[in-house]
Design a protein around this ligand. Structure first.
Ligand SMILES: [Zn+2]
Length: 212
């Protein structure tokens, strides 16, 4: 079985994604790349996170051909591969349909820096234009919009977070959902105060220096 440790991690963080309330049912997906081997471990399509076993995780090459596994890879394989091609600095991708990030995505809004934890993404969380799920157009919209950020909202769909490792991509998805929730609530009560770029730069420097 190829990439056994990565398979275990995909199963573990899939369950975490469900218990953290970041997704419902089998929505969302996650992957890890091994750049030396040129292989990607990705969650299977349509299997409940609590039913998924390491053997169900699918291994593909960087072009998306299945090299190990009997299941179908996640329907969003295209954008996982496109992100690995576009961003040499990342090793994992997490995609969620978490409630508050998706609320903003359905308004076609970006998430501005109203809380310093957005620094896990960067200066903001940009918005990728809508395209049908599972398509190369959606993959293109995501890679065009994410820039150097570690998170991007998908219009009328959800959130994608990336990181050097699966734990860091997961943390980013979880914290961005928190900031999205605070933003939605703050907008209901008044006009949220946006942090300056200078202040956000200090936070990003601290995150980079001390690790996340
Ligand atoms: Zn999705």
């Amino acid at each position: 079985m190829l990439l056994p440790a990565e398979r275990e991690r995909i199963v573990h963080f899939g369950k975490k994604m469900a218990t953290a309330g970041l997704t419902a049912g089998s929505g969302g997906n996650l992957s890890i790349v091994d750049r030396q081997k040129g292989q990607v471990a990705i969650s299977p399509s349509g299997i409940d996170y609590f039913e998924t076993r390491p053997a169900d995780v699918v291994i593909t090459d960087l072009q998306g051909s299945v090299v190990d596994g009997t299941r179908k890879p996640s329907s969003e394989l295209f954008f996982h591969l496109a992100l690995y091609a576009a961003r040499e600095d990342i090793g994992a991708v997490v995609h969620t349909h978490s409630t508050y990030a998706t609320t903003l995505a359905c308004l076609n809004w970006e998430l501005p820096p109203i809380h310093y934890m957005i620094g896990l993404s960067g200066l903001k969380v940009p918005l990728a234009p809508y395209a049908t799920y599972g398509t190369r157009s959606l993959a293109r919209n995501i890679t065009n919009s994410i820039g150097d950020n570690n998170a991007v909202l998908l219009a009328n769909h959800g959130l994608v977070a990336v990181g050097r490792t699966l734990p860091s991509a997961f943390d980013c998805a979880e914290e961005i959902e928190f900031v999205a929730r605070i933003y939605c609530q703050a907008r209901m009560l008044g006009k949220p105060v946006v942090l300056t770029e200078e202040e956000m730069q200090k936070v990003i420097d601290k995150f980079t220096r001390h690790g996340q």
